[in-house]
Design a protein around this ligand. Structure first.
Ligand code: TXA
Ligand code: MG
Length: 347
């Protein structure tokens, strides 16, 4: 299969790309689409044969459910139930964060094919804020199932080139909408009724661009337990499985600079948070390559934007190992840390 790539740099090209993407979805085929988080591999969420093509192209196991993207804010009501005890909070989250990088898990309606949710009774829904994605979703008018457009277990793509690296020849079309503005996958949450007191519980199933700080005015925020043994059998979010997000090159997350002892003759690249000598990593070794995520005083949100693209760059340099500094354990730093832990061969 030849993979075509369409650009959206000017209005004429963008219109053509939107039309072709919509026609591809209508024909029951898959298309890689830009979102603000990472590129997604989209198909008509209500057409099981089309959704099957996503699993085939990604070589994704069928136990791993897909996120569904909505054409407009209220479209979740057509595919999901909203339990009355949490309705108020769900509406608040939708009104505050959509369109944007927040995925909400809700009980699914019967209209959604089981293949989308891997047989689970819940469905993850979100509305992308990417201008090209929004146009495609609105014009298509139906929900679009779209997991990240990478091969299963590999790095999430934050550019059209990164999609092609992994899926060229396996999908008919990529819409190039430029580099993703957030660079990390959406935060996934589940809202539970209050245990005691008035506050509902907002459980973060996957940390991402919408942070604990952003969510806490809407409820008591808790993080889902990481339990690999349980997840292997009944994955709540199988994206939480270990050894996910792995580059081809061995990657190791350090807790402290002293944890690093280089082997003779090996080439090492450093993924640095802010490239400051005082953090103890930059001068630790004569690194063959360094990528700094947020040079200067360091801002976690900026680091998040460059995270996957910087790992991808290092991965293309034929190094023996990529060494990562720990990211700050706050804001979107939590999402980066989680991905690094999963990619790191020692954890
Ligand atoms: O930002 C994003 O969310 C990107 C863009 C393309 O929208 N999509 C994305 O999809 O990251 P994916 O499939 O790579 O990751 C979705 C995660 C998976 O770990 C999946 O297991 C989990 O969401 N998930 C989806 N539906 C679920 C459900 N009903 N219950 C629990 N976890 C679910
Ligand atoms: Mg993914």
């Amino acid at each position: 299969m030849v993979t075509e790539i369409l650009h959206t740099d000017n209005e004429v090209d963008a219109r053509e790309a939107v039309n072709r993407a919509v026609a591809t979805l209508q024909a029951g085929d898959v298309v890689a689409l830009p979102t603000e988080t990472v590129y997604g591999l989209g198909a008509d969420a209500l057409d099981p044969a089309a959704v099957e093509k996503i699993f085939e192209a990604k070589e994704r196991p069928h136990f791993d459910p897909l996120i569904v993207h909505l054409p407009h804010k209220n479209a979740y009501l057509e595919i999901a139930e909203v339990p009355s005890e949490v309705k108020h909070t769900i509406v608040q989250l939708v009104e505050t964060f959509w369109p944007g990088p927040l995925t909400i898990l809700l009980p699914k309606k019967g209209i959604v094919p089981d293949i989308v949710t891997a047989g689970l009774p819940t469905i993850g829904v979100r509305m992308s804020e990417h201008p090209v994605f929004k146009r495609i979703a609105r014009s298509f008018g139906r929900p679009i199932a779209a997991p990240s457009a990478n091969r299963f277990g590999c790095l999430s793509p934050t550019s059209a080139e990164a999609v092609l690296d992994q899926l060229e020849g396996k999908i008919p079309l990529v819409i190039n909408g430029g580099a993703c503005s957030r660079g990390l996958e959406s935060t996934i949450v589940k809202v539970l009724p209050p245990e005691k007191g008035p506050k509902p519980i907002i459980e973060i199933i996957r940390p991402g661009p919408i942070t604990e700080e952003d969510l806490k005015k809407f409820g008591k925020v808790v993080f889902a337990e990481r339990n690999a043994a349980v997840e292997d059998n009944a994955p709540e979010a199988p994206g939480q499985l270990l050894s996910h997000y792995a580059p081809r090159t061995r990657l190791r997350l350090l807790d402290n600079p002293s944890d690093f002892s280089p082997e003779e003759g090996k080439k090492y690249g450093l993924l640095s948070y802010r490239g400051q000598e005082k953090d103890g990593y930059i001068n630790l070794h004569d690194w063959d390559e360094i990528r700094v995520l947020s040079p200067g005083s360091g801002r976690v949100a900026e680091a998040g934007i460059r995270f996957f693209s910087s790992i991808r760059e290092l991965d293309d340099l034929f190094l023996d190992e990529i060494i990562s500094e720990p990211m700050p354990d706050r804001g979107v730093g939590k999402a980066m840390l989680e991905k690094l832990r999963k990619a790191s061969y020692e954890s």
